[in-house]
Design a protein around this ligand. Structure first.
Ligand code: SF4
Length: 473
C-alpha cells in the first residue's frame, strides 16, 4: 500500500492558490499508481503538521510542489513534518520513520531533469513546427528559459541554467538562453543577446499569475502569444510567449518520476496504518446509523450516504445542488456562502444549499476534505494519543516573517485567539481547554485543536506588528 502526499503553499486569502496542487492530485489519482493521493499545505488544511496523520498507509512519499529549492522546501516543510532535517535536501531525498510510517521526502518537482521535457512541451504549444531535430520550417529559433531569479537564493537560478544547458545540447534551438527577472542576465536585455529571428520564451514559473500575465508581458512589450519586433539590433525578430511550465499536465509525469525514484531506493510498499484505519472505522460505524460532524449532517440512504449542511435538514433534495464526488464536496466547502476563502475548515462557515450523495469510500474522502485530519485527530484524542503543543512551543518554532510572534505576550495571543478561535468549532487543547465529548460520541462540534493553526499564527503576527507600529507613532 502506498500513499503520495503533495505539499503546496496554499493561502489564507485566496482559494485559487491550491488549484494547481488539486489538479495534479486529481490527475495522479486517475492514473491509479498510488493507493491514495493526499494534498497538504503550509497555509491551508490539512496543514503540514497534520497531513502525515491523514495518510492511510505506512509507506508515504512526500513531494514538495515547488518550482525550486529554497526556504520552504529546505526549512519550513521538513520542520513542520518533523523530519529532523534542515537545509539542502540530498538528491536521493530524506527517509524517516515518523509515527510508524516510513516517510520519504523528495526534492521539489521543479529541479527534476524531466522538467527539460516540460519546457520543450510548452515551446511546442506556441511553435507546433518544432520537430525532433528543430523547427520543420527551417527558421532559426532561439529559446529563452525565463526564471524569476533572486540574489537571496542561488538554487532558483541554478535549475534554470541546468535546463538551458541540457536544451543547448539537444540541437532543437539555434540558441538557448537562461535569463531572469530579478538577477543577471536580465530578460529585458534579450534583444542585445539573442540573434535568431524567432524567439520562444518559456517562463519557468510554478503558476499563471502576476508575473506571467502582467509584469513579463509589460516589461518585454509583448502584446500576446506572438509579438513582432521589427527594429531590434540584430534585425526583425518575432517572440512567441509560452505558458508557464508549472501548469503543464506533464508535471504529473515528473511527480511520478520523483516518487518512483524515491521509493526505488527503499523497497516495497507498506501496510494499512492501524491507527488511521481504526479512526475511520469508528467514524463510519456512527455514519452508518446517521450522524453529524461539525456543521454537516450525514444520513445513510439505500446503501449510500447523503451529506448536507445541518441547517438544510428537512429541505427537499430538489432544492439543493447535488454533488456526487468527494472533489465536488472539496470545491464546495472551500468558500463561504459569501464567496470568502475558508483556509480553516472548522470555522463555522460551511456554505449551505448543497447535498452530496456518496458511497462509503467516497464518504471518507469527502469528510477528509470537509474536515481535514479531524477524524484521525479526534480518534487519537479519544485514545489519549493526541499531544497538545503549547503556544510557546509553536511560537519558538516559527522562522522568517513569522518569527516575530515570539514577541507576543500571553494577553495578545489570548486576545487574538478569542476573536479567531471564537468562530471555530475546535477546542483549544493547546491553551489548556478540555474536550470531554466529540463528534465520535455524538457531539457534532466536539473537535480537538492540538496546536495553533497557521491562520492564528498569522493573525498574532499582525497583532504584534500593529502594536509595534502604534508604539512607534
Ligand atoms: Fe481553530 Fe483556533 Fe485551532 Fe485555528 S487555532 S484551528 S482557529 S481553534
Amino acid at each position: 500500500m502506498r500513499s503520495l502526499v503533495l505539499i503546496g503553499h496554499g493561502s489564507h486569502l485566496n482559494s485559487d492558490s491550491a488549484r494547481a496542487v488539486f489538479r495534479y492530485a486529481d490527475l495522479l489519482r486517475g492514473a491509479g499508481l498510488f493507493d491514495e493521493v493526499i494534498e497538504g499545505y503550509w497555509k491551508e488544511e490539512p496543514s503540514l503538521r497534520q497531513v502525515l496523520r491523514t495518510t492511510a498507509s505506512t509507506d508515504v512519499t512526500v513531494i514538495p510542489m515547488f518550482i525550486s529549492e529554497g526556504y520552504f522546501t529546505e526549512t519550513v516543510i521538513p520542520r513542520e513534518l518533523g523530519l529532523g532535517h534542515q537545509g539542502p535536501v540530498p538528491p536521493e531525498g530524506i527517509a524517516r520513520v515518523i509515527g510508524g510510517r516510513t516517510v520519504r521526502y523528495t526534492l521539489p518537482y521543479g529541479v527534476h531533469p524531466a522538467m527539460t521535457d516540460v519546457i520543450v512541451a510548452r515551446a511546442r504549444e506556441v511553435l507546433p513546427e518544432l520537430g525532433a531535430d528543430g523547427p520543420a520550417d527551417g527558421i532559426e529559433t532561439a529559446l529563452i528559459v525565463l526564471g524569476h531569479g533572486t540574489t537571496r537564493n542561488e538554487n532558483s537560478s541554478r535549475v534554470i541554467h541546468e535546463n538551458a544547458a541540457r536544451l543547448a545540447g539537444t540541437g532543437l534551438f539555434s540558441e538557448v538562453h537562461a535569463l531572469f527577472l530579478d538577477e543577471e542576465p536580465r530578460v529585458n536585455g534579450w534583444p542585445d543577446r539573442v540573434r535568431a529571428p524567432r524567439v520562444v520564451i518559456v517562463p519557468f514559473f510554478a503558476s499563471e499569475g502576476w508575473h506571467t500575465l502582467e509584469t513579463i508581458p509589460q516589461d518585454l512589450g509583448l502584446t500576446g502569444q506572438v509579438t513582432d519586433f521589427p527594429g531590434n539590433p540584430h534585425g526583425p525578430q518575432q517572440v512567441l510567449y509560452a505558458r508557464p511550465v508549472g501548469t503543464h499536465a506533464a508535471i504529473a509525469d515528473v511527480i511520478v518520476h520523483l516518487a518512483e525514484e524515491a521509493r526505488g531506493t527503499l523497497g516495497p510498499g507498506g501496510d494499512a496504518e492501524r491507527g488511521h484505519e481504526a479512526a475511520w472505522q469508528a467514524f463510519l460505524s456512527r455514519a452508518r446509523a446517521g450522524t453529524r460532524i461539525g456543521e454537516l449532517l450525514i444520513t445513510p440512504e439505500l446503501g449510500v450516504f447523503e451529506v448536507r449542511h445541518q441547517l438544510d435538514e428537512g429541505r427537499p433534495g430538489g432544492d439543493l445542488m447535488t454533488l456526487v464526488t468527494p472533489e465536488g464536496v472539496r470545491d464546495q466547502v472551500r468558500v463561504t456562502d459569501g464567496g470568502e476563502h475558508r483556509p480553516v475548515h472548522t470555522l463555522r462557515s460551511v456554505p449551505r444549499g448543497w447535498r452530496a450523495v456518496l458511497n462509503e469510500a467516497d464518504l471518507r474522502r469527502a469528510v477528509h476534505y470537509a474536515y481535514p485530519a479531524m477524524v484521525e485527530e479526534t480518534y487519537a484524542h479519544s485514545c489519549h494519543a493526541l499531544r497538545p503543543t503549547p503556544w510557546a512551543t509553536t511560537a519558538r518554532r516559527q522562522t522568517g516573517i513569522y518569527a516575530k510572534v515570539q514577541r507576543a505576550v500571553p494577553e495578545q495571543v489570548e486576545r487574538v485567539a478569542t476573536r479567531v478561535c471564537g468562530a471555530c468549532l475546535r477546542t483549544r487543547l493547546w491553551a489548556g481547554e478540555r474536550l470531554t465529548h466529540s463528534f465520535l460520541d455524538g457531539v457534532p462540534g466536539g473537535m480537538p485543536c492540538a496546536e495553533a493553526c497557521t491562520f492564528l499564527v498569522a493573525e498574532v503576527r499582525e497583532e504584534v506588528a500593529r502594536k509595534k507600529a502604534a508604539a512607534a507613532s
